[in-house]
Ligand binder design. Structure first.
Ligand SMILES: [Zn+2]
Ligand SMILES: [Zn+2]
Ligand SMILES: [Zn+2]
Length: 346
């Protein structure tokens, strides 16, 4: 039966036209052929072929831009934005224009060409998330940057061309609209209830237990109530935390790695290794904006949003900014939980 659901965080409406789950899981083939390692400059031993590294987690005693690293961050070869430029804002009549200042970096997740993010060993996967955390913290020191976006595209288009598993970071001179919408809703909700909306969502998801896919002590994985896409999956810290910068290097990152791995492996297994993307939503850089509200630490709650690419967007998505989703999140959660029971790997 069709229904409309409102996302409590953004206020966006999503139309559900449930078909059978399995029918909806017709994979759109967006995958590019995966290149072989010999042409890949992200592989260990090819450090000299990338621009000098910005950051790396590497074995003690190894020099920058040599082998011996677990994760390595280099400038994007074709950056969308550049740090060296001066930030210029100008008005063109009623329109605003800004120079393309910012950072665009590639996080090489592993020295091994064949490694896949969800297949990394525990410690190696933890290092990827520690790299996310440390790059966000470092880029926030640049006061020209308002928002640091970390994202990954797996198996999709040009980003996949080298075949080496990478994530990307954009340091932006503006806060993206989607984040702004979330922030505003969070502030409003907090102003009204004096509670974080995400903490309330976590509590209700646990109580209803219809959309929760996995939980450990620190993190929860669930299908959001008004999921925009089939099998859209969110991963949140269970204790309130506004910014990934606050993630601790011990149990915190271990639990995050376990939760993300479980979510990605279940999606891979249930949907036959679909292309997917995920994005980190975390607190913007408040330093250059003293006008950010005081409660932002208490009302915003960082998280990952994972979206498997199992269907092309419909005309309505593009035309109206609304979404049509053929799979109810409860059905998606059931399907992932069944997959988990069947599988010993996650
Ligand atoms: Zn490689
Ligand atoms: Zn919270
Ligand atoms: Zn979000």
């Amino acid at each position: 039966m069709s229904q409309l659901r409102k996302d409590p965080v953004t206020g966006r409406w999503v139309a559900f036209h449930p078909e059978r789950v399995r029918k909806a899981v017709e994979i759109v083939t967006l995958r590019s052929p995966r290149q072989r390692g010999h042409s890949c400059y992200y592989c260990q031993g090819r450090e000299a072929e990338t621009p000098p590294e910005i950051f790396a987690l590497r074995q003690e005693g190894t020099a920058p831009n040599t082998p011996g690293w677990s994760t390595r961050v280099v400038p994007h070869p074709v950056p969308s934005l550049r740090v060296e430029r001066q930030l210029v804002r100008e008005g063109l009549g009623m329109f605003d224009r800004m120079s393309g200042v910012g950072a665009h970096e590639v996080i090489v997740e592993s020295p091994n060409h064949e490694a896949d993010l969800s297949g990394l060993e525990n410690r190696a996967l933890e290092k990827v998330f520690l790299t996310y955390r440390d790059r966000v913290a470092d880029l926030k020191r640049d006061q020209r940057l308002r928002y640091i976006s970390v994202f990954k595209e797996h198996g999709i288009g040009r980003r996949f061309m080298t075949g080496h598993s990478i994530s990307e970071i954009l340091g932006l001179p503006v806060t993206p609209l989607g984040i702004k919408t979330e922030l505003n809703q969070c502030r409003q909700y907090f102003g009204y209830k004096q509670r974080c909306i995400f903490c309330d969502i976590i509590r209700d998801e646990q109580r209803m237990n219809e959309r929760v896919v996995f939980e450990n002590e620190g993190f929860i994985v669930f299908e959001p109530f008004a999921a925009r896409y089939p099998f859209e999956t969110w991963v949140l810290p269970k204790q309130h935390q506004s910014d990934i910068v606050l993630l601790d290097s011990g149990e915190g990152v271990q639990q995050l790695a376990e939760a993300m791995r479980t979510a990605l492996l279940l999606i891979r297994e249930a949907l036959l290794d679909p292309p997917y993307g995920f994005v980190l939503h975390t607190m913007p850089n408040t330093v250059p904006r003293p006008d950010y509200w005081e409660s932002i630490d208490q009302d915003y709650h960082w998280h990952f949003e994972i979206v498997p690419r199992v269907r092309e967007s419909s005309g309505l998505d593009c035309a109206s900014g609304s979404f049509v989703n053929p799979v109810l999140p409860e059905e998606a959660a059931d399907f992932l939980r069944e997959t988990r029971q069947r599988s010993a790997t996650c």
